[in-house]
Write a protein that binds this ligand. Structure first.
Ligand SMILES: [Zn+2]
Length: 101
């Protein structure tokens, strides 16, 4: 007997609830914080691990700034929340999934 998903009532192998959860969770958050020497960094959270390196490289190129990525987030030198959002949209991320905090 196949297991039945309690949310949609479909057998587990047909159920897509987990996939839908992932998609709705795929919110990208852009924030800034103060780093060393009173400089700001822009933090981009919510990029999937598969895309994070490529996305970081694109952002660095578009924004012409330094940057790095760590566990689950991208850190860009400087304060550019709005430009980061526009850059993400220009490389294919959905406007509605990007939140500036
Ligand atoms: Zn389900």
């Amino acid at each position: 007997m196949a297991e039945i998903c309690p949310r949609c009532g479909l057998p587990k192998d047909l159920c897509v609830c987990d996939v839908l959860d992932k998609e709705t969770e795929a919110k990208i958050k852009i924030s800034t914080k103060k780093a060393k020497f009173n400089k700001f960094v822009t933090i981009v959270e919510g990029i999937s691990a598969d895309d994070i390196e490529r996305t970081m490289k694109s952002l660095k190129r578009i924004l012409a700034c330094g940057g790095t990525y760590k566990d689950g987030y991208i850190e860009l030198q400087g304060e550019h929340k709005l430009n980061t959002k526009n850059a993400l949209i220009s490389i294919g991320y959905k406007d509605t999934n990007i939140e500036i905090v």
